[in-house]
Design a protein. Structure first.
Ligand SMILES: Nc1nc2c(ncn2[C@@H]2O[C@H](COP(=O)(O)OP(=O)(O)OP(=O)(O)O)[C@@H](O)[C@H]2O)c(=O)[nH]1
Ligand SMILES: [Mg+2]
Length: 270
């Protein structure tokens, strides 16, 4: 089964995530750990009133709104809070599938500056999945209150992605966040995040798997990050195969229908 117009990124957006991007408006995803201020950033940028509060897990499905910057309209999608993209929960799968298959033009990872180390785990995972990432360092007031000093310049050099400090509750830093998003979407800045290298054994397995994937799912290879996909396959994550079948080939398979080992389904050979 070949790819059809239906499988293009925008159709996946439209059909699977109920996001209609008329006139090719850029789509921006807001990802992040629970309770880092994603919905506060969302409300600050869109003027909408997504539910916020001081407990994790308030946003359970994605919400969407519009913001305008330099006369350009952007669709902003508030994703549920997740600690990782490793499909351990429905929220993680929603966030993973959105970033992987809907391919937003930019993903903003909202982090808690007063608890950065734990938050960086998700940042690294998003960087592995897409180049177009911004790190929003939110709750800078809380970090200051706790005497936490972050060397933003050094972190930016390490990660090689733009880092924008914000205090979303006070609307601070949001203009810069919009400006950076605008520049990435319009190719005024090009982001090339630091590549995460694994052990020799894993890297050599990835090097073997990627060409096989290319040969077998060449038709979608520009729509999924094959290195990332190879890493998930090495982990034995069957939900990713299920997701490919769903988003690209309209096959809603249950996880039991995805066999172990060599896999051949209606859509593709893995
Ligand atoms: N001090 C301070 N509080 C903030 C800031 N940004 C957001 N908050 C507060 O942090 C709490 C959580 O904010 P939300 O926007 O609901 O967080 P979220 O990431 O959407 O949370 P989930 O949807 O549950 O994952 C709320 O009480 C906000 O008012 C900030 O920059 N500084
Ligand atoms: Mg929220």
């Amino acid at each position: 089964m070949g790819l059809t117009a239906e499988s293009s990124g925008f159709n996946v957006l439209n059909k699977s995530f109920n996001i209609e991007s008329k006139n090719n408006k850029p789509v921006i995803a807001l990802a992040g750990n629970p309770n880092t201020g994603k919905s506060t950033v969302f409300n600050g940028l869109t003027g909408l009133k997504q539910h916020t509060g001081n407990w994790p897990g308030k946003t359970v499905t994605q919400a969407q709104g519009l913001f305008i910057h330099n006369n350009q309209e952007f669709i902003l999608v508030d994703l549920p809070g997740t600690y990782s993209l490793l499909s351990n929960s429905t929220e993680e799968m929603i966030a993973r599938d959105f970033i992987c298959f809907a391919q937003p033009n930019t993903t903003i990872v909202v982090t808690d500056a007063s608890n950065l180390e734990r938050n960086l785990n998700l940042v690294l995972q998003v960087m592995e999945l897409t180049d177009k990432v911004i790190l929003c360092l939110n709750l800078m007031d809380e970090a200051k209150r706790k005497n936490i000093n972050i060397n933003i310049e050094k972190l930016q050099k390490e990660l090689r992605i733009p880092i924008i400090p914000t205090i979303a509750r006070d609307n601070k830093g949001l203009h810069k966040l919009k400006e950076t998003t605008y520049k990435i979407c319009n190719n005024l800045i090009k982001v090339k995040p630091t590549k995460i290298e694994y052990s020799e054994k894993v890297e050599s397995a990835v090097a073997k798997i990627v060409p096989i994937l290319k040969a077998n799912i060449g038709q979608i290879s520009n729509k999924v990050n094959l290195r990332w996909l190879a890493l998930r396959l090495i982990e034995g994550d069957k939900t990713i195969l299920q997701a490919i079948e769903k988003y690209f080939f309209n096959n809603d398979l249950s996880i039991d229908q995805i066999p172990e080992g060599e896999v051949q389904t209606n859509g593709v050979n893995y």
